[in-house]
Design a protein around this ligand. Sequence first.
Ligand SMILES: *Cc1c(COP(=O)(O)O)cnc(C)c1O
Length: 355
Amino acid sequence: MSRFFSDKFSSLAPYVPGEQPKDMQYIKLNTNESPFPPPKSVVEAARVEAQKAQLYSDPECSLLVEKAAETFGVKKTQLLFTNGSDEILNFAFMAFCDPSTPAVFPDITYGFYKVFAALHGVPYREIPLKEDFSIDYRDYLGVNATVFIANPNAPTGMLLGVREIEEILKSNPDHVVVIDEAYVDFGGESCIPLTQKYDNLLVTQTFSKSRSLAGARLGVGIASENLIADLNVIKYSTNPYNVNRMTMAAGYASLCEAEHFSKTCAVIEKNREYTAKKLKEMGFEVLDSKTNFLFARNEKIGGEELYQKLKERGVLVRHFKAERIKDFNRVSIGTLRQMDIFLENVRQILLEIKQ
Ligand SMILES: *Cc1c(COP(=O)(O)O)cnc(C)c1O
């Protein structure tokens, strides 16, 4: 740290992204990316736009917003596109939290919530998941704070019902409830329809997982017009051109590829169920996932040890050191071939440690 770094950030512990190794070709199942490249039309749309890269992008994302309004069934004024959904989450912490309006979120959830809270000096309270790692919606009723819930949750993969989220919304009419739907396309039910009824709901989604665009950085917030207006104040006070031309065009083309989208999501869901079944047959406890990853543990081997042994064999999964989940690994769902290689390596590792 230099002597110039602001005191207010001196104790900030930044978010640690999953490894993006360059040293060897791994079977990469550690950051929940899609194993499928984006469709050709999406790549081509970005290529064409790159020829106009000397010009700023449209700060209003007009075409993309129009297409998304149609896709999501909301008004254009209910949408805000951002540079990945991390950015809209960041905006939400700025817009809807402060020292007198703390944040609450589960103890086991997306690690960035804690970082954003610390970055903006927002006090926060972590609510423990139940023993079985599910969220008890009753813990969030009338909490007098801004609520952040990833649904399905990460890294557990478990889904909370829309009806339960509606109870949370009803009981916190004077606070914003943010539902992070990064993984909702893999078998979950979206809360977007509730944005027509509740002015305190912000739903966030990303093009990083189900739409194969992690490297393009595109996220979106869907909410009542007033919440979106607030978030726009933050956006135009930080980076009006937050979505670049190539990404904007890719996002538009992606929304036009409805069939490709639902097909690839279905393949991921199928591969997930296949992998879960095989892991259970090998003695793993696998949490019930509605995402493109599985969260699993096996009493025969520690989480960290399995992670290390898989890495040595060229298979990368994600391990978290937090006490409650240190026995688990999070495994992104890839192609069937990738999952078979992963499963075969797990099988060999379990055999090895038995001897
Ligand atoms: C991946 C992820 C995000 C954000 O990803 P972006 O690439 O920034 O859109 C947000 N929330 C959760 C829970 C995620 O797993």
